[in-house]
Write a protein that binds this ligand. Structure first.
Ligand code: PGA
Length: 258
């Protein structure tokens, strides 16, 4: 049993309209009515968050996450959502720097770093996503890309603040493709990310930080992946949209904890 408590999160992306979110939660939450040996997190779309919070917050096993937020505290930023808004509906986590935010919405490490600091300053726990494209991996740039993402996104974050940061390693080529990183590829990348944390924050932070794997996690591969030394949970997209399949992935984490 790892000393790092696994954290298994559902990233619904732009899926589940509010009524669908409610149907999911009605099926999913009774599966895990009490605290378990893993942290379970659900990240609905912003519009479904208040309604989802009403169902999730009374459940001691599950926490609410956002999928993004603004780095700005308030003001003339049409269409944006602030940390304070997320806090008020009971949000605990916020996914930041997802590869879709990076590639489709042009978010740079500097932008993501500002969001990470704003989240920490508002007592929201960032789930910071990093990961290389296929081109970068095939071009031998895996380590360079991960290093610049970790250093850039976590610039000026203190070792103390790192207690509230979760990292999600998500190789872009594995997201939504059905292609999962092999156990060797995943473990190697996770160990490398942990070594980067050691360089930047020291041994204790590196040993304590939870690093999720993301990219086509399914009930069929979760048990094998969670058994790897440096994998501390999952960020799940497609397979998190059905209560039974997300439930099976969570259960794989619980079974692994023993
Ligand atoms: P996927 O998405 O599980 O559908 O590959 C993971 C993610 O993008 O977080």
């Amino acid at each position: 049993m790892s000393t790092r408590k696994p954290i298994i999160a559902a990233n619904w992306k732009m899926n589940q309209i509010p009524s669908e979110a409610r149907d999911f939660l009605k099926k999913f939450l009774p599966k895990f009515p009490a605290k378990t040996s893993v942290d379970i997190v659900i990240a609905p779309a912003f519009l479904s968050m208040p309604m989802s919070a009403a169902d999730i917050l009374p459940n001691p096993a599950v926490d609410l996450s956002a999928q993004d937020m603004s780095a700005e505290p308030s003001g003339a930023f049409t269409g944006e959502i602030s940390a304070a808004m997320l806090k008020e509906v009971g949000t605990k986590y916020v996914i930041l720097g997802h590869s879709e935010r990076r590639s489709l919405f042009g978010e740079t490490d500097a932008v993501i770093n500002a969001k990470v600091k704003a989240a920490l300053g508002n007592k929201l726990d960032p789930i910071l996503c990093i990961g290389e494209s296929l081109e970068e991996r095939e071009g031998g740039k895996l380590e360079e890309v991960l290093r610049s993402q970790v250093q850039g996104s976590l610039a000026d974050v203190t070792a103390e603040q790192m207690a509230n940061v979760v990292i999600a390693y998500e190789p872009v080529w594995a997201i939504g493709t059905g292609v999962t990183a092999s156990p060797e590829q995943a473990q190697e990348a996770h160990a490398f990310v942990r070594s980067l944390l050691k360089d930047q924050f020291g041994e204790a932070v590196a040993a304590a930080t939870r690093i999720q794997y993301g990219g086509s996690v399914k009930p069929g591969n979760a048990a094998e992946l969670i058994a790897l030394a440096d994998i501390d949970g999952f960020l799940v997209g497609g397979a998190s949209l059905e209560a039974d399949s997300f439930g099976a992935i969570v259960q794989a984490g619980i079974d692994h904890q023993g």
